[in-house]
Design a protein around this ligand. Structure first.
Ligand code: UTP
Length: 290
């Protein structure tokens, strides 16, 4: 049995970089080819053995709740029309044995605050946090599967990281600490959005975490930080004072789908791998290059 049973998906941000698309629809409902970002994230968690999906939703909550709800009318219509493959795709949105919980973050006070909103649903056990707009693609074990293995071995919070250009440090939480083994290091320092001159290393936090429940007490006293928001990074920095925390440089390609360029890159790459589209889309792109 896996040690990590629950995943929190903080999806209550305002998604301002995608307005007006995100006026009424959550950013995480934007599709990469034919699947919304939130579903890629849910499938990553399910593959890692997680059976409780906790969505912290905001003002565009309906689209997310509806996506993970049973769609009786649609399923009936598809059955009547003998569209069996499509019916299965719709039913597979929430596989058997997986539970969904929805919690409202009434004000977008920051990622740290969104995670704190999930306290009652998580309870006193370690849990995953997945930011769906960081889409991570890997041929082997997915990012969360890799991180669960690191948690099982080291029994401490694990933060997913990636090397970035130092000039971009002010877009990320940045971490530093001594190496423990291949891809794993201790977190000695963690700072939210430092200027390049203040960044402790070129290792950036991306949207995957496994956290011990001690984070909740810490977040309750975490003050507003960068951007006037309650930052998860600041909570982790405080947790670091009482617990060992590990960083893990995951295997895989990450697309920042919270930005337009990252979203477009993911769309092109996923389309070029898509069963139905790869050939046609590849031909189309080649013809554009001429
Ligand atoms: P972002 O920093 O990407 O912010 O949040 P955002 O509001 O979603 O998007 P922009 O910058 O305005 O375009 C990182 C993650 O934290 C969640 C977001 O939904 C996203 O998954 N978040 C952020 C919350 O759930 N609540 C918040 O108060 C803030």
């Amino acid at each position: 049995m896996t040690t990590i049973r629950k995943a929190v998906f903080p999806v209550a941000g305002l998604g301002t970089r995608f307005l007006p698309a995100t006026k009424a629809v959550a950013k995480e409902m934007l599709a990469i080819v034919d699947k919304p970002l939130i579903q890629y994230a849910a499938e990553e968690a399910e593959k890692a053995g997680i059976d409780t999906l906790i969505f912290v939703v905001g003002r565009t909550k309906n689209s997310i709740i509806d996506h993970f709800d049973k769609a009786y009318e649609l399923e009936t219509e598809l059955a009547i029309r003998n569209k069996d493959a499509l019916l299965q795709i719709v039913k597979d949105t929430v596989p058997e044995g997986v539970n969904c919980v929805f919690i409202r973050q009434s004000e977008a006070l920051g990622l740290g605050h969104a995670v704190l909103c999930a306290e009652a649903a998580v309870g006193n056990e370690p849990f995953a946090v997945i930011l769906p707009d960081d889409l991570i693609d890997n041929e082997g074990d997915n990012c969360m599967q890799q991180m669960v293995a690191v948690y099982d071995k080291h029994q401490g919070s694990v933060i997913g990281t990636q090397t970035v250009d130092m000039s971009e440090s002010d877009k990320y939480g940045m971490v530093a600490g001594p190496k423990v083994e291949d891809r794993v290091a201790m977190v000695d320092e963690i700072i939210e959005k430092p200027e390049p001159a203040e960044a402790p290393s070129d290792q950036a936090v991306v949207g995957r975490y496994i956290l011990t429940p001690a984070i909740f007490d810490v977040l309750k006293t975490t003050e507003r930080g960068a951007g006037g928001e309650i930052q998860l990074t600041d909570g982790i920095a405080a947790l670091r004072k009482t617990e060992e925390i590990f960083s893990y440089s995951f295997e895989g390609t990450r697309y920042d789908c919270g930005s337009k360029i990252g979203y477009l890159q993911a769309t092109v790459e996923f389309a070029l791998k898509h069963d139905e589209l790869a050939d046609e889309f590849g031909n189309y792109l080649r013809q554009l290059e001429v």
